[in-house]
Design a protein around this ligand. Structure first.
Ligand SMILES: CC(=O)N[C@H]1[C@@H](O[C@@H]2[C@H](O)[C@H](O)[C@@H](O)[C@H](O)[C@H]2O)O[C@H](CO)[C@@H](O)[C@@H]1O
Ligand code: ZN
Length: 338
């Protein structure tokens, strides 16, 4: 007795073959569509920033992130800790501190989300997931010895987690700190190490990540760089304007921490037009940054001069087009053809 279903009717075999052929064609069309989408994605600019705590991204790269996000690049932020050991500049939030409620980390997750909103960045992740690695505290403190802190992390394991993000986000450009972490904070030094090793692992065919993603080779890596001459000029302007409290103890004519010799700078991003976004993102990090002090008041008067320029050192890949006057690149994707 026939069931009336196509399998039993006349030409059943032919119908079945046609159905299979149609499925193959449909699958081929879907593959072609996916390949087309991938081809479009491959042409899109993608940049990854690897930082230690919530607020570092805005302080070091606020206008860079805002500028590229506004230009439709895919901007990914990878933050290695939640900043649990930070100070609390907002009196009514002092109870969050590590030695009280120990709830600052969770609060800073919210601050970071607000800062990303201000910068227009939609892809913000924590290394190994929120809370995987704890803020180690300033160099030399007992918190550096906590087994769960980032400074005590197994570097190869942390780098493997960075490599997973690199393989997934497939950035042409990666930005992190120099070997001193900018100013010697243990989490900054460890973020530098994990980022640099993670870039190596991401392209290593012998490295198998948890998601078995395809290897990805990052074209250019930059370190954040704060040129000494710019810090000195800024300090002179502050002291001349009567601000003796900002950067307390720093002599404009003396040694300047947080800076690199000018000759180490190879690129500058002029984020004029995105300064308001950077200051708004700074305000979002309210427990860490006070933006109503004399320094910011002065910078508001100096306008873009203070906040619009962010400097970098190219440490992997070749420089593209450079400004004939400075010899610096003015676009981190320069020379990549994207
Ligand atoms: C910009 C940055 O990396 N901030 C870190 C840093 O914060 C400093 C720390 O709280 C110090 O005690 C203060 O005197 C100094 O003013 C702060 O900049 O270290 C914190 C603890 O590891 C960290 O949470 C914060 O993000
Ligand atoms: Zn930091």
């Amino acid at each position: 007795m026939t069931t009336g279903t196509p399998e039993d009717g006349p030409f059943a075999e032919e119908r079945s073959a046609l159905d299979e052929a149609a499925a193959v064609v449909e699958s081929a069309e879907l593959t072609a569509e996916a390949e087309q989408e991938m081809a479009v994605l491959d042409q899109r600019r993608r940049i990854l920033f690897v930082h230690a705590h919530p607020d570092d991204e805005t302080i070091n790269n606020g206008v860079t992130m805002a500028m590229y996000a506004a230009a439709n690049a895919h901007v990914t932020l990878l933050t290695c800790t939640l900043g649990e050991e930070g100070e609390v500049l907002v009196p009514e939030l002092e109870h969050l501190a590590a030695d009280r409620d120990d709830a600052l980390g969770q609060h800073r997750v919210g601050e970071l989300a607000a800062a990303m909103e201000a910068l227009g960045v939609t892809d913000s992740r924590f290394l190994g997931g929120p809370g995987r690695f704890r803020d180690s505290g300033m160099m030399g403190l007992p918190t550096n010895d906590r087994p769960d802190c980032f400074w005590q992390a197994d570097l190869e394991q942390a780098a493997g987690l960075v490599a997973e993000v690199v393989r997934e986000a497939r950035p042409q450009v990666v930005v992190t700190y120099d070997e001193n972490g900018g100013y010697g904070h243990p989490d900054h030094i460890q973020a530098h190490r994990a980022a640099m090793r993670g870039v190596e692992l991401a392209e290593d065919e012998g490295f198998t990540d948890a998601g078995a993603r395809e290897p990805w080779s990052v074209s250019k890596v930059y370190w954040c760089a704060n040129p000494e001459s710019r810090m000195r000029e800024g300090l002179r302007a502050l002291r001349a304007a009567g601000d003796s409290t900002s950067f307390e103890g720093l002599d404009p004519e003396g040694p300047l921490p947080y800076t690199v010799p000018d000759e180490r700078v190879t690129a500058v991003i002029d984020g004029t037009g995105h300064v308001a976004a950077k200051l708004s993102a700074m305000r979002a990090h309210a427990t860490q940054i006070t933006v109503d002090g004399p320094f910011f008041a002065l910078s508001n008067n100096l306008g873009d001069q203070v906040w619009a320029l962010e400097h970098y050192t190219l440490v992997r890949g070749s420089a593209g087009e450079t400004d004939p006057e400075t010899g610096w690149e003015t676009d981190l994707f320069s020379g990549l053809g994207v």
